[in-house]
Ligand binder design. Sequence first.
Ligand code: G3I
Length: 324
Amino acid sequence: VPPVASLKSVAPFPVGAAVSINLLKTRPAYRQLMATEYNSITAENAMKFGALHPSATTYNWVDADYLVDFAQQNSMRVHGHTLLWYNSLPGWVTSFQGDSAAWENLMKTHIQTVVTHFRGKVQAWDVVNEAIDDSGNLRTANVWRQHLGDQYIDRAFRYAHAADPAALLFYNDYGHEYSTARRTGILALVNGLKNRGVPIHGVGLQMHTSSNITDARIAEAITSAAATGLKVHVAELDISMNPGRSASATFTPALAAAQKVKYKALAQTFKALPAAQRYGITTWNVADADTWKRNDCSCPEWPLPFDDNYQRKPAYDGLVEGLQ
Ligand code: G3I
């Protein structure tokens, strides 16, 4: 079988990756893959609250604008991640003193300043990220909910929509494929937003998944998200092949082959969705060399379609077979 030109050349919907700005600037092989393989791009970190809004009166657009320029030069869609998350907040927000009106103003100002800055350049936003806990309820350890109440999510979407009515707005969360409680809570939240007429257009399934989650569970996660009628984004895909976090694990040919099967199954399931609901599949970074998972587990990990030398792995071929 001759090699394909790229992921984007075989997929009937956008295929993306999360990007590190530093790597984009400093590693030619990485930059080359981003430009040639993908037609969608997400900032791994550069559009988070703390990165864009480091102090109350300062916005720092440098890295995010660099990403947008790169995307425009290469005809890529930009997926914005993320306007409102309980994590990765700057100190000035976590220590902010103010009544609920002051918090409301803080939230609204951040959302609308960011969405307005990127209007016409960022086509979609993860408006709210990870609001649900492991029981399927709204997370309590979340400054936004603590100061603004449960309805902060509705208002965040309305503020974003007012700033850019053309942007597609997503709710993004994890665990759909391994926890029925999480999935049920997430989809109840999303359906509630929809039923109240809140401007929401899509559901992001992060899909930081692993070899011990069955393909059937992953398929169930994708099809139940699609049952909302909204667009579906597999938003942060990576497949851990060392879920036991063994310090001495090695990436054997058998593991590479098993990973290929999982990437293929996921891509096939996604491809089977109605075309209008296929927002796309985005992997969380590009190559094993740069995966967040290695920091997270302090263990060997190889969760992505490219290896430590930015070469295609069997996982890449699985993705291609599923997309074709
Ligand atoms: O910016 C500092 C840098 O100045 C310093 O030199 C370096 C030293 O380690 O740390 C840098 O910040 C780190 C940042 O990544 C950039 O590398 C943070 O400590 C670290 O917490 C941060 O981790 C990111 C994490 O989100 C938290 O924001 C990961 O890269 C990123 O992959 C991860 O992505 C999340 C999604 O946004 C949401 N879903 C889960 C996913 C994985 O956790």
